[in-house]
Design a protein around this ligand. Structure first.
Ligand code: SDX
Length: 436
């Protein structure tokens, strides 16, 4: 953080003393006004529900330029990472700050691969769930339950513990997501097979059965690996902020990541990919492309409560670069699988075209986000719709861990404890029940 030579001066119309507030500059992006001394000097809080104008931390991990539609992981544009790297390289970049060379990549991948199994006891947690439980309900429970096993990596303030917990979480998420899926379809769990790639291992744990060998399709393996890269991190989004706030109490890394999984599930956040595909399915049932106009009218009618899922973003007021890459992946995968006439893909592209020409969306700078096309790709490669958000959680785990470790590694970090504007009842006395 570089102090700016510009100061902010706060003045009050009631003649209260002015206050100078320091401004700090980052490498790129908006400057920040440091208000840490505001309450101490003025007795006033700032007020910013939803944090539209609040920077909660300083970070070196991910930068988003919402106006330009740019996304950088440790300075590398997502477009270059998605084409020139794989998910293991991206994990190394997010965790340690740089892309690995061949030797570092091999060593990192080997460490992750050697932690893909979960404790055999974990399978007994699943028996407590109904078979029709949502996979995110199961995953939230399983990730939190990891802290019941790995006592040698639960001290978040111990760098060695943080390191091994990071490797364990990245390695075990695919195994846990696949177990959550197998439980819902009544099939036996498939153990990881460590001569496969990260994405290939996951597909095999999802779709192999003990009755026959599963051959990993290179098309699907590559598409899934790219999906993981595109979802790996995204600055201080709701679930990452949840992980940071949760971790700031000193709780163990597994519990903090479980909090992130729970937050991501919401339809306004990671749950949007599942909601978007269900929305496309509903429009298809209504009559498909011919009914898009009618659906859009519902979206623009505030009273309908209907949103165009997969559209809009708190930060991107331009096209989400991940949505562009996801659409390209959609195109490639559907063509390679001979599904180029997939009706939902055609419907999605028609919806996008209409929305981008409609003043309601243009005026509000609403563009497709990462969730708009991700569901179509995942459905095309055989991922069941209820698993979409679990895949998002799987991929985002490395980002959550990198952000959590960055916070814990900052000597200045404190437990997060926002304040409030109290608008409730002033002090009043309790009356005996007979007088209430
Ligand atoms: C993710 O933060 C991240 O980085 C998240 C994420 C990540 O990688 O971690 O990028 C992943 O969560 C992507 C977002 C997925 N969610 C959806 O696709 C759900 C649909 N989108 C909306 O719910 C909404 O756009 C949000 C939640 C994403 C953003 O909400 P904001 O920033 O609070 O914006 P807003 O709700 O104030 O919207 C501004 C206006 C409003 O209309 P007015 O009151 O000004 O008339 O735009 C409208 C909204 O009603 N609007 C939409 C809309 N999104 C916003 N109208 C119709 N359809 C939509 N999708």
């Amino acid at each position: 953080m570089t102090p700016s030579d510009v100061k902010a001066t706060l003045s009050f119309s009631d003649g209260s003393p002015n206050m100078d507030l320091p401004i700090y500059k980052g490498t790129v992006g908006p400057d920040v006004i440091d208000i840490r001394k505001l309450y101490g000097q003025t007795g006033k809080f700032t007020y910013d529900p939803g944090f539209l104008s609040t920077a909660s931390c300083n970070s070196t991990i991910t930068y988003i330029d919402g106006d330009k539609g740019e996304l950088l992981y440790r300075g590398y544009p997502i477009e270059q990472l998605a084409v020139g790297c794989d998910y293991m390289e991206t994990c190394h970049l997010l965790l340690y700050g740089d892309l690995p060379n061949a030797e570092q990549k091999a060593s990192f991948t080997a460490r992750v691969t050697n932690h893909t199994m979960v404790n055999e006891q974990m399978q007994f947690f699943l028996r407590g769930f109904r078979r029709d439980a949502h996979p995110m309900a199961v995953l939230t429970g399983l990730v939190g339950a990891l802290s019941a096993f790995y006592h040698d990596s639960t001290d978040i303030n111990n760098p060695e513990h943080r390191e091994i917990a990071a490797i364990r979480l990245i390695a075990k998420m695919p195994t846990l997501v696949a177990m959550a899926y197998k439980y819902t379809v009544g099939q036996p769990y498939i153990y990881p097979k460590n001569d496969l790639s990260y994405a290939g291992n996951f597909m095999r744990m999802m779709f192999a059965t003990p009755c026959e060998e599963y051959k990993v399709s290179p098309v699907i393996e590559r598409a899934l690996d790219r999906i993981f890269i595109l979802h790996a991190d995204h600055e201080q989004n709701a679930s990452t902020s949840t992980v940071r706030l949760c971790g700031s109490s000193g709780t163990n890394p597994f519990a903090a990541i479980a909090a992130g999984v729970a937050c991501l599930w919401g339809p306004a956040h990671g749950g949007a990919n599942e909601a978007c595909l269900n929305m496309l399915g509903d429009i298809q049932k209504m009559g498909g492309v011919a009914k898009v106009g009618e659906f859009m009218n519902q979206v623009k009618d505030k009273n309908s409560g209907v949103k165009l899922m997969g559209f809009g973003h708190r930060v991107y007021k331009n096209y989400d670069p991940r949505a562009k890459l996801m659409r390209e992946t959609c195109y490639e995968v559907l063509n390679e699988l001979g599904l180029q006439n997939d009706p939902l893909f055609k419907l999605a592209m028609e919806l996008e075209k209409i929305a981008l020409e409609d003043d309601y969306f243009v005026a509000r700078k609403l563009y497709p986000n990462v969730d708009f096309y991700s569901g179509i790709v995942q459905r095309a490669i055989g991922i069941p719709v209820p698993l979409f958000t679990a895949i998002f959680a799987l991929a985002r785990t490395v980002g959550w861990i990198a952000q959590l470790n960055e916070m814990i590694g900052d000597p200045e970090y404190k437990i997060g404890r926002p304040r409030q504007l109290f608008v409730g009842s002033p002090t009043r006395d309790v009356k005996p029940i007979g007088q209430r």
